[in-house]
Design a protein around this ligand. Structure first.
Ligand SMILES: Cc1cc2nc3c(=O)[nH]c(=O)nc-3n(C[C@H](O)[C@H](O)[C@H](O)COP(=O)(O)O)c2cc1C
Length: 192
C-alpha cells in the first residue's frame, strides 16, 4: 500500500511530526510505501475563493491532488488546538475539497484515513480526534474508527525526537495494518 503522511503541525520540533516519523518507520517495517506531504506543498494561503483564479495556487493545488490521488491510505497526525485540529490542517482540507475542472468529486472522496495525535499533556488530543474524524468523513473520507492518541509525548521520545515507547510503536503498527486492510479492494463473491 502507498501511504501519504500529513502533519497538522509545521512547527520546528513538532511532536506530531515525530509521531509521523515513527509511523513512517513502522509502515516500512510492514512493507508499505510512504510519502510525506512536503511543507511547501501543504502551505497554502488561507482559503478564499478569489484565490482559486491564481495560477501559482492552482499549480500547487494540482500537485496536492496528485499526492492524494496516488495514496491508498492517508495518515494524519495533528495537534489539538483548543479541542480542534489545527488551522493549517483545516486549510489543506478546504483546498483539497475543491474538485478539479471537469470533475464532480474532490480527490478526498473515498480516501481511507487513519488518525493520530500527539501532545505534551496527558490526554494526547482525545477531544480533537473524534471531531477530526467527523470533519474528514464530511469530506467523503472513510476514517478508521480507532485512533492513536499519544499523551506525554515528550517523555516518550529521545533527545533527537525519536519515539522510544515500544507500546506506542505497537499501537502505530496496529492502526497502520488495520487502516491498510480497510483500503484493500472489497472482494464481492457471486452467489452460487
Ligand atoms: C493555540 C493552542 C491551543 C492548544 N490547545 C491544546 C488542547 O486543546 N489540548 C492539548 O492537549 N494541547 C493543546 N495545546 C498544546 C499543544 O498540544 C502543543 O503545543 C503541541 O506541542 C503542539 O503540537 P506540535 O508539537 O506537533 O506542534 C495547544 C497549543 C496551542 C498553541
Amino acid at each position: 500500500m502507498h501511504i501519504l503522511l500529513i502533519s497538522g503541525s509545521t512547527r520546528e520540533g513538532s511532536l506530531n511530526k515525530s509521531l509521523l516519523d515513527a509511523a513512517e518507520e513502522e509502515a516500512h517495517n510492514l512493507s508499505h510505501q510512504t510519502t510525506s506531504l512536503p511543507h511547501q506543498l501543504a502551505s497554502f494561503p488561507l482559503f478564499h475563493s478569489d484565490l482559486e483564479a491564481d495560477a501559482a495556487v492552482q499549480n500547487q493545488l494540482s500537485m496536492l491532488r496528485q499526492q492524494i490521488e496516488a495514496a491508498d491510505v492517508i495518515l494524519i497526525s495533528s495537534p489539538e488546538y483548543n479541542g480542534f485540529h489545527t488551522p493549517h490542517l483545516h486549510n489543506i482540507f478546504t483546498w483539497a475539497s475543491r474538485s478539479a475542472a471537469g470533475k464532480s468529486h474532490s480527490v478526498l472522496e473515498g480516501k481511507v484515513v487513519g488518525l493520530l495525535a500527539a501532545a505534551p499533556g496527558p490526554f494526547g488530543g482525545v477531544r480533537m480526534l473524534p471531531r477530526l474524524s467527523s470533519f474528514a468523513a464530511d469530506h467523503g473520507c472513510w476514517v478508521h474508527p480507532r485512533y492513536v492518541a499519544v499523551g506525554n509525548m515528550a517523555s516518550k521520545t529521545n533527545d533527537d525526537g525519536q519515539l522510544t515507547c515500544s507500546e506506542t510503536r505497537q499501537k502505530l503498527r496496529n492502526l497502520i495494518s488495520q487502516t491498510c486492510k480497510m483500503a484493500e479492494p472489497v472482494k464481492i463473491t457471486e452467489p452460487a
